[in-house]
Design a binder for this molecule. Structure first.
Ligand SMILES: Cc1cc2nc3c(=O)[nH]c(=O)nc-3n(C[C@H](O)[C@H](O)[C@H](O)COP(=O)(O)OP(=O)(O)OC[C@H]3O[C@@H](n4cnc5c(N)ncnc54)[C@H](O)[C@@H]3O)c2cc1C
Length: 392
């Protein structure tokens, strides 16, 4: 039977980042396996699909510490300016990179690009074994080890099993770790868009009574759309032809980028908060979407997940002989508590505050946005989290 220090279930953003982080921080002293059912570059990979995501300033700092940013930077587009507004109302706020003395507020990457880069780096590493296509089907634990059974029937042994296997997490299900869910009753419609005016590094988020619509700057002057809508309307816009789709989007988004001229392939994601209060168990840790899956309203999902990954990797470095020791898991759990609760609460409150049309809330949020624009200290807490500058 193969033996590893750590087995990571799930080879998407969280799992692959963790494997590469551990390899880099331990300078090759840990044996690592990543188990993933889907092969990169096959259209079906659910973790490296057609989505683009915004990496916050703080995430980029972590990726630099882990020696990963150098590879990602060439395929990333800088966000220089963020513009937040409320449809048909006056409230709005703006943040510019110069106000904060940083070269960029964050960067947009296409997950498919990151998947290819990560795959290359993992393949080059002597210490990481990618078991793919393969899946974790059963987990058994003794005092000193985890025994992991894979779909092929093969068994592997490790000192620590990390669940990075997404919102449903069959590893967590196996171990009976409770999942809490809240349905936001919204669906995110995503697509790449072309606009009449160049984006010049500007990102836009606009609140409508259906949900937020965001346009993020991408390479080649494209923009990445995340359009959150009630499920019935999402179904309807997904079926529209290109011109009708663009007309409805223009109506919701407005004219800040001139005419919206082209839309690429569309995809959709039902939006639920999924959250596991417990993020550790005996010889077991949970990171990324498996620990918490958020609404994309503030682009916090992976930006929170990478803080799980970095804190776990750092704690494991304190116990290289036994990376699954109780001391490692206990320190990891404590380090992650405040940030997880804070980010989940902030994200969910934003969804409820901004996704409806009650007059009182509308006035409140417009005042809020206007105040935020005038009073720098009010911007600060939201901004700190948006920038990913959070203690972990
Ligand atoms: C529309 C949208 C926009 C978003 N925008 C942003 C953004 O701007 N910024 C941001 O930070 N985040 C954003 N996010 C969130 C971000 O995409 C996710 O947080 C991140 O990609 C999650 O990565 P993950 O590796 O934790 O989980 P997943 O991507 O869910 O990966 C889980 C992996 O586990 C594998 N797996 C499943 N079962 C098993 C098993 N039994 N054994 C082994 N492997 C298994 C799966 O095949 C998959 O590859 C957005 C999300 C959406 C939906």
């Amino acid at each position: 039977m193969k033996q590893f220090d750590v087995v990571i279930a799930g080879g998407a953003m969280a799992g692959m980042t963790l494997a590469l982080a551990l390899d880099s921080l331990s300078q090759g002293r840990l044996s690592i396996a990543v188990v993933e059912p889907f092969v990169v570059d096959h259209q079906a990979h659910p973790g490296f699909d057609s989505r683009s995501i915004a990496l916050s300033y703080g995430t980029v700092q972590i990726l630099k510490q882990l020696n990963l940013w150098g590879d990602i930077a060439p395929v990333a587009t800088a966000i220089k300016h963020i513009h937040v507004s409320d449809r048909s109302h006056a409230g709005m706020t703006e943040i510019d990179h110069q106000d904060l003395n940083v070269s960029a507020l964050g960067y947009v990457v296409e997950l498919a690009d990151v998947g290819r880069l990560y795959q290359q780096k993992v393949t080059q590493s002597k210490q990481i074994e990618l078991l793919s296509p393969e899946a974790v089907t059963q987990v058994k634990r003794t005092a000193s080890h985890c025994l992991v059974t894979l779909k092929s029937g093969e068994q592997v042994q490790c000192k620590l099993l990390v669940a990075a296997d997404g919102a449903i997490s069959s590893c967590c299900q196996q171990l009976g770790i409770e999942l809490r869910e809240h349905d936001f009753e919204q669906v995110a419609v995503i697509a790449n868009i072309r606009t009449e005016q160049p984006h010049q590094g500007r990102a836009f988020e606009r609140f409508t009574e259906q949900g937020p619509v965001a346009l993020l700057p991408m390479s080649d002057n494209r923009m990445s759309l995340v359009w959150c809508l009630r499920p019935e309307r999402a179904q309807q816009v997904l079926q529209l032809d290109e011109q009708a789709f663009l007309a409805q989007l223009q109506h919701d988004f407005g004219w800040r980028l001139g005419r919206l001229t082209q839309v690429g392939a569309r995809a959709s994601y039902p939006l639920l908060l999924r959250y596991r209060e417990q993020n550790t168990s005996h010889r077991f840790a949970i990171v990324g979407n498996a620990a918490q899956t958020l609404h994309p309203i503030a682009g916090q999902g992976f930006n929170l997940g990478i803080r799980d990954v970095a804190s776990l990797a750092e704690e494991m470095m304190n116990s290289l002989d036994d990376v699954g020791a109780y001391s490692v898991l206990s320190a990891f759990r404590q380090r992650r508590e405040a940030d997880r609760i804070g980010t989940i609460t902030l994200t969910s409150s934003l969804v409820h505050l901004f996704s409806n049309d009650y007059l009182s809330l509308r006035i409140g949020r417009n005042l809020g946005l206007a105040l935020m624009d005038n009073l720098a200290p009010l911007k600060a807490p939201l901004l700190q989290r948006t920038l990913g500058l959070v203690a972990r």
